[in-house]
Design a protein around this ligand. Structure first.
Ligand code: ADE
Length: 237
């Protein structure tokens, strides 16, 4: 899968996504992450990419032309118009199901805004999806774009090793992950739940399932309506 990130801060995005798991997938050629500097496409001789808003008011607005030309350069290179996401608090909130869906795309363009916003006319022409990462306002779309790239990438086949595989993790079947323990058997007077030392895999699996359900009920009851539960599990909630 190929990510194309339209940004005024390409270094931030490239450095931020150079982590072990994502970096390894890029090296293996499973992913590519290209940060496109919007400023490289300005026709202004001072390399300006923003201007005052018509109608007045505080802040600056990112102009349409450099963003459109940067986007068009990607489209020309890959030969089609891919889904183009604008990171904004005005979109629906990103969740695991969206990460799985986006992971099926061959290419994804992520548009990072700054200042007070982006000229509406270019959004109308290029944006297919508006996405927020939560109900708070950040100074730019770079961190949200990095959050999306990370969450989507780990759903792309081959990015996680079998060991790292997400199949039993939080949100699979809309349940939170069960608690984990490692050595030593006792720490600060707290013992590892004995069932985990029993060697009885069926019992361990049953305990973990129960813990996942309990934990979801306590911490994220809102998720239970989506959870894949047996009739008996749902009755016992
Ligand atoms: N840009 C600024 N804040 C944002 C948010 N919460 N989600 C996505 N993009 C943003």
């Amino acid at each position: 899968m190929r990510f194309h990130i339209l940004t005024l801060f390409p270094d931030m995005v490239e450095q931020g996504l150079n982590t072990s798991i994502i970096g390894r997938a890029v090296e293996k050629g499973i992913l590519s992450i290209e940060a496109v500097n919007i400023r490289d496409y300005t026709l202004d001789r001072h390399k300006k990419v923003d201007d005052y808003p018509y109608g007045g008011g505080a802040g600056m607005v990112m102009q349409a032309q450099p963003i459109y030309d940067a986007w068009q350069a990607i489209v020309t290179k890959i030969g089609y118009r891919p889904r183009t996401v604008y990171l904004t608090p005005q979109g629906p909130t990103f969740h695991q199901g969206m990460a799985k869906e986006y992971a099926k795309e061959e290419d994804l363009i992520l548009l990072c805004g700054h200042y007070e916003g982006i000229d509406e006319r270019v959004l109308e022409e290029i944006v297919t999806d508006y996405v927020s990462i939560g109900d708070y306002v950040l100074t730019g779309g770079e961190l949200p774009a990095m959050v999306m790239v990370d969450a989507i990438s780990r759903m792309v086949p081959g990015v996680l090793s079998n060991q790292e595989s997400g199949s039993t993790e939080s949100f699979e079947g809309s349940l939170l992950e069960y608690p984990q323990y490692s050595r030593p058997e006792e720490w600060h007077g707290k013992k590892v739940p004995p069932i985990l030392l029993s060697g009885d895999h069926a019992k361990v699996d049953a305990w973990r399932r129960e813990q996942s359900i309990l934990r979801t009920k306590e911490r994220r009851p809102d998720l239970l309506k989506w959870a894949e539960l047996s009739e008996k599990e749902r009755k016992n909630l």
